[in-house]
Design a protein around this ligand. Structure first.
Ligand SMILES: [Zn+2]
Length: 453
């Protein structure tokens, strides 16, 4: 049985679902005002791996992940570019999905846009005001956090210590420092929706509580996101649900930061500007493998070196897939002991490094059996490797379709030079070297061409 760390209780607990064999999960999606960064890539991959593993384990997963398409940052970007914020959101959302497709993240079952749920958000805020749980100030409507039982659960702090730690904000009228905005009254030139308190727009925390409860129902199984969302975003989502008397998420899961040199990733740090940059320069699968190599709650170092190392490991996986391609269609059952070992690792708080250990150990065993031409051993092990790859969304390439790399091109050029100088011994030596790298040189009327062995 899967066990996961629950942020709300601060320990690893059995993951129990509302309905047998069905999982309902909500993962906070992006605010679409710029290209996805590496942190976006990490949370998307972590929860994609969880979803795929649950599906592989026989669960029917309903996965909801939103698009925040109205927000201060989108409005700001629109003002900077002299464009309608809605256009910014549409353009950035398209870029988001393209990046998600590139890194192999399955599309959510439902991907609601915040602007499609504004009426429902107004209803929720209206109810809270009517109950005296929320109050109206000059710039918007606020939740009275003192009336929320257990506020501070996800911060793992008491309300008193949160109050002491809260910055003294410009708005002195708030009843408590931890109170937060549910509905923001509009400033001139901003996109607006009508409400009983005046034209405005929903607060970010109100968006997610409405969309998750509407699309998954009360007491849904899991709410997730990056660790920076636990407080205040998730705390404040939960506070609204509690204030409405509605049961919220049963399990809270948060993944760690992307870091470079021990510091949280920011735009000024690191080798990669953003996720698109990484995808452009590397095999997009390398980021998934890199994410899998760290436990999801640990910090993740993303540098040119760690990505390149993951790429080399992918080469080993692909080479194994090619070597065992003939076994792939045999319909042989995967080795049960291997899958059990994999499950044991993954069920222990999604221990993907442990799962990968099982995978690479199995590859070594299968390679040894291949060397001995022990086909009856190879088949079940190769099937197990394919099954484990499917469980974590690692796509295997049985055929290498990548173009010749810099080294291969340099060797081909050196060979051309040697031939032109009629140094045939050197030319033959280079031909052999290329062949050892998997490339055949064919001399034709238009010069030499390269093709895969
Ligand atoms: Zn959210």
């Amino acid at each position: 049985m899967l066990h996961l760390f629950d942020t709300a209780v601060g320990q690893v607990v059995p993951f129990r679902t509302r309905e047998p064999q069905k999982v309902s999960m909500y993962v906070c999606g992006p605010t679409v005002y710029g290209p996805p960064h590496l942190g976006h890539g990490r949370f998307s991959l972590v929860f994609d791996v969880l979803r795929r593993y649950l599906e592989w384990s026989g669960f029917d997963v309903r996965y909801v992940s939103n698009i925040t398409d109205i927000d201060d940052k989108i409005i700001e970007r629109g003002q900077q570019e002299g464009r309608d914020p809605a256009q910014i959101a549409v353009r950035c959302e398209a870029i988001w999905w393209k990046a998600m497709d590139a890194i192999g993240v399955k599309r959510p079952t439902v991907a609601p846009r915040a602007t499609e749920f504004v009426d429902r958000m107004v209803e929720l805020v209206d109810g809270l005001v009517a109950d005296g749980k929320a109050y109206v100030l000059a710039d918007g409507v606020y939740l009275d956090t003192h009336q929320v039982e257990g506020y501070g659960l996800l911060a793992r702090q008491s309300l008193d210590s949160l109050q002491a730690g809260a910055r003294v904000e410009a708005l002195e009228d708030k009843r408590n420092p931890t109170d937060f905005v549910l509905w923001k009254l509009a400033k001139p030139g901003e996109p607006t929706w009508p409400s009983p308190w005046g034209d405005g727009r929903p607060g970010w925390h109100t968006e997610c509580v409405v969309m998750s409860l509407d699309l998954l129902g009360e007491g849904f199984d899991l709410h997730g996101g990056g660790q920076d969302l636990a407080f205040p975003h998730h705390e404040n989502e939960r506070a609204q649900a509690i204030a409405c008397g509605r049961e919220f998420a049963h399990h809270w899961m948060h993944n760690g930061f992307v870091e470079v040199g021990g510091e949280k990733m920011s735009k000024s740090l690191g080798n990669f500007t953003n996720l698109l940059d990484l995808i452009d320069r590397h095999d997009a699968r390398a980021y998934r493998l890199l994410v899998l190599r760290s436990h999801y709650r640990s910090p993740l170092e993303v540098t040119e070196a760690t990505v390149a190392d993951a790429e080399r490991q992918l080469d080993r996986l692909d080479a194994f897939a090619r070597r065992t391609a003939d076994f792939a269609d045999d319909g042989v059952a995967a080795d049960p002991a291997t899958l059990d070992a994999f499950r044991t690792a993954m069920d222990d708080d999604l221990n993907t490094p442990g799962g990968l250990d099982v995978m690479f150990r199995t590859i070594r065993q299968a390679n040894a059996a291949l060397d001995l031409e022990d086909d009856s051993t190879v088949g079940p092990l190769a099937a197990a490797v394919r099954s484990m790859c499917a469980a974590v969304g690692l796509e295997l390439r049985e055929r290498d379709v990548s173009p010749p790399d810099v080294r291969v091109l340099a060797l081909a050029e050196a060979r051309r030079t040697a031939r032109a100088a009629k140094d045939f011994a050197e030319s033959d030596r280079l031909r052999d070297e290329l062949r050892a790298l998997g490339w055949i040189v064919e001399d034709g009327a238009d010069g030499a061409t390269l093709r895969r062995v």
